[in-house]
Design a protein around this ligand. Sequence first.
Ligand code: GUN
Length: 291
Amino acid sequence: MTLIDGKATSEQIKQEIAVEVAARISQGEKRPHLAAILVGHDGGSETYVANKVKACEVCGFKSTLIRYEDDVTEDVLLQKIDELNNDKDVDGFIVQLPLPRHINEQHIIEAIDYRKDVDGFHPVNVGRMSIGLPCFVSATPAGILELLRRYDIPTSGKKCVILGRSNIVGKPMATLMMQKHTPGDATVTVCHSHSTNLVEECRQADILIAAMGQPNFVKADMVKEGAVVIDVGTTRVPDATRKSGFKLTGDVKFDEVAPKCSFITPVPGGVGPMTICSLMMNTLKAAKHLF
Ligand code: GUN
């Protein structure tokens, strides 16, 4: 069994980006600039955004954090998005989700200029990805593809089962794993809360990607001997023995599943660090105006 080290891989990629940024700057190009809008004080979102700012420093990017309180109006956010769309210094920006209930997330996502949508959430980017055009790919699926690529994990002709059908992970992951590309060329099945034969489907998977946000859902008897298991879960499960008060828990029961796998990602230290790394790769791509 090989443990897929997302943390080490992400550190290596950030170093590669930093080298490329330094070379670009020495050639007179501007420093890539990522802006992030954070609304409210949700613990998870605070951590994610702080990590994104830190990653920008490592990569040699400029970063700007724009904060609003929970009671910000949709109009104020839309105005700020318009400003960022037109700011020539900002290459890409994100609006950290989830947003408070009184704000329509789809209005916000669609207001972002798709050429600056480094999260890859805008329908233009989603559509371009689905027909194989250059685009920004949502960070978590892009990070998983990068891990499959860097660990030389064969995907062509393999049976890939994805648990979860979210717009951020499950759906784009399915599109990418079936695309005529490497990694890709897999036969893809997407299971979700209404699937009637989920356990049987999982047992047939050469590559199992768990992204439904249910801690420890995938047990050993759901995994084929020699399978590749990618765990996207990051649920904060209360744990009084920890200083933070919680334990980041994946969708896979790691201890019993790992011995059956050819490759597996741990939680934490697997997919999580790669997600931020993909955002950095997308920001560099935005700065290069590749499409
Ligand atoms: N919330 C959870 N994941 C993400 C992400 O990848 N981007 C943004 N903007 N918000 C998120």
